[in-house]
Each structure stands twice: as C-alpha cells, then as structure tokens.
Design a protein around this ligand. Structure first.
Ligand SMILES: [Zn+2]
Length: 386
C-alpha cells in the first residue's frame, strides 16, 4: 500500500478550513494535517498537488438504489461493484445499498449479496451495509414502491433478514403508524439498526411516538409523508420540529423546491440534515425507459417517474446535491457536512468516517474550484481521478 501526501490544499476539517495546508495518509488512515508536513523518507509516498483545490471528507450516501444501469435488487456482486465505482467518481467514499419493496425472497437475495459484497470488497466506494426501504411502509404513501409487496412490520421476518445477511442492515425505513406500540422499533434498537420514518401517512402524534421509541431519521423529507396542516401537523410537522430526528433530503430541486429546502435548513439547522441521492439505476445514463422495483419508469430531462406520475427515485449524486445547497447561500463547509459528518453520525460511524481528523479512515474527496470532483480516495487508495 502506498502512502499519500496531499500538498497545499484548502482542507475542510470539522470546525474550520485550513488554507494552504497538507494532509498525510499512512496505512489508510489520516495521520497528519497541517502546514508544510515533512516527509523524511520520501520513498513509497505519492505526492498530490492540491493547490487551488478543496480537500473534503468523502461523501457518504446512506440511501441510494443504483446507477448506470445497475441496481441493488440485481442481487449480484458485479452490480454493486459497478455502482461503487460510479459513486466514487462523484466523490462518494461509502454508501448504504438500498433495497426496494419487492417479494421477500428477492429482498433476502439482495441482502445476502450486500453482505457477500462487503466481505469481498469493492473497487470504488465502500459499502457500509444495507438500507431496507420497504416492505414495512404505508400503501397510502408508497411513492414508486410496489404496493403488492407492502406488509406490516414483522419482527420474525426482520430476524430472518438479519440472520441470513450477517446483520448487515444499517437502516430500516418504516411507516410508524404500522408499529403503534414500538415493538418493531425496539427490536431494531437492540440490533443497532437505525429506524428511518417514511413512506408514511402517520399523524404528528404517531410520528412523535415512534421517535420516543427510538426512531432517529426521517426518510426523504417532504416526499412520501403526510404533509403539514396547522391543525394536524402530520408526519412532516414532527420531522421538521423534533431535534432528535435527522432529515434525509434529496436536494435535486425536483423532489423539493429550493424554498422548501431553505425552510428545512431554517427549521433543522445544518447539523440535522442528511443529503441522500435516492438514486435509481438510470443515474448516470440518458433519458429513456427503464425498470425500477419491478415497475416501468420513464426518465425525461433526468426526472424519473412511474406511469402514474410519482417520482421514482432520482438521477442525482451527492456532489451535485452539495453544489445545489451552496446555491442557496449555504457555505460549502456546511453543505459538505450534510453529506459527510451528519450521515456518519446518524448511523454511528463518526468515530471512523465523516470528517478530516487524525486517526480517521482516509476517505477523501478533492474538488476543483467549480465543485466538480477531481479525485476520490477511499481507505487511502485513489479510486478516481478526473
Ligand atoms: Zn429510496
């Protein structure tokens, strides 16, 4: 393994920006950050000139289904590996492979493959685990999920999922009104699986109850959740108001109007928003007809919809989401945090990932001045160069 010295970059640490500074990577770990780092033994070290470039913690996408024609539900190594390489080319250094509401065996196949792929390793971004989106959701807020396979939260079935996949589940999306006594959420708490509330028609109270039981994330806020009314604030009201909840956001300005994004940032602050792509397999491909979650999807001007007009995931990636946030007057440091530190914290991996700190995994993205990805480093390996 090669060590890397990034020279003279604009380095974004958690609390401040260090100008004209260096970052040293040894043994896949960030080992030193500062001015004019001295290397005594210059052999076996690659030097990267980052002058005029921005050095950030790699982006973490906890909710993505696929890209460039590949989908998590393909349930094979090649698909996940290709997705991992595509993501790396957009600055993502780790992600949760996200399943869809389909028949149980198909979900089990996808989960066992995620575990297999984690064990084997990928050539691009690291797979952190699985994000189970459905089948435990609401028929009324199904979005592009297939209604035929929606079922009630089922602890026995979840046990089967975790046993067969070596407990690779990191996040499970549920509609909280289907788990009124918190029985399912409690089980997830015990298994260290984060519960994300979404595809839900929950009232304000039902949503809040679930947070009291320990749910900690809201799925792609504004989308596929009961909206706000001043006499019944709905699932959205609770998501906006409760500081215990992280809010996922698909910041493509298609799933939410820029003003709605501004409002979310005003309500939640920059600490509690997680940028996600919710990307589907047409991400990185041209407009056309595709299949997603067993349904026909038309992608027109990069907007993916099923035949009834519901949005069907996105064609977004986090580099673009971060750039979009900055167009609202939010500094890059805060925008980037929403795609690195916040997701890491939300799924309890911030001890290793999500920020540029001594001792953390060397997951780094280097951006050019126009915020396009120049280089991506995963675990100390350069996996993408422009
Ligand atoms: Zn999704």
């Amino acid at each position: 393994m090669e060590n890397i010295l990034i020279k003279n970059g604009e380095i974004y640490t958690k609390d401040k920006i260090l100008y004209d500074c260096d970052l040293l990577i040894t043994n896949s770990i960030i080992s030193e950050v500062g001015k004019n780092i001295n290397i005594n033994n210059k052999s076996n070290i690659q030097i990267i000139n980052a002058h005029g470039k921005k050095v950030l913690p790699g982006f973490i996408d906890i909710h993505t289904h696929g890209a460039i024609g590949y989908d998590t539900m393909d349930a094979n190594y090649e698909s996940l590996n290709n997705i991992s390489m595509y993501l790396a080319s957009h600055g993502i250094t780790s992600f949760c492979a996200t399943t869809m509401t389909e028949d149980i065996q198909h979900i089990i196949d996808a989960l066992t493959n995620i575990n297999y792929t984690i064990t084997k390793g990928t050539d691009g971004a690291t797979i952190l685990g699985a994000y189970l989106e459905g089948p435990f959701i609401s028929e009324k807020q199904k979005g592009a999920q297939n209604v035929n396979y929606i079922i009630k939260p089922d602890v026995k079935l979840l046990e089967k999922f975790t046993n067969l996949s070596n407990n690779c589940l990191k996040v499970i999306a549920i509609a909280p009104e289907k788990d009124p006594n918190g029985y399912f959420i409690n089980y997830c708490n015990k298994k260290n699986i984060k519960v994300s509330l979404g595809h839900t028609n929950a009232s304000y109270e039902e949503m809040k109850n679930a947070v009291d039981y320990g749910a900690s994330i809201a799925v792609h806020v504004y989308n596929a959740m009961k909206g706000f009314h001043h006499r019944e604030p709905g699932a959205l009201g609770e998501a906006l108001l409760d500081n215990r909840l992280y809010c996922e956001l698909i910041c493509d300005f298609i799933h939410s109007h820029p003003a709605a994004v501004k409002m979310l940032i005003k309500m939640k602050g920059t600490e509690k928003i997680i940028l996600i792509s919710d990307a589907m397999l047409a991400c990185g491909l041209s407009d056309g007809e595709y299949e997603f979650g067993g349904q026909k999807v038309i992608v027109d001007q990069s907007i993916a919809r099923i035949q009834n007009g519901s949005l069907a995931g996105s064609t977004l990636s986090l580099d673009k989401a971060v750039a979009n946030i900055t167009t609202l007057g939010i500094p890059l440091s805060d925008a980037a945090k929403m795609a690195s530190f916040n997701p890491a914290k939300a799924i309890n991996i911030d001890d290793k990932k999500g920020s540029i700190d001594i001792g953390k995994d060397a997951d780094i993205v280097i951006l050019d001045n126009d915020l396009s990805v120049n280089m991506t480093i995963v675990n100390g390996n350069i996996v993408y160069r422009k």
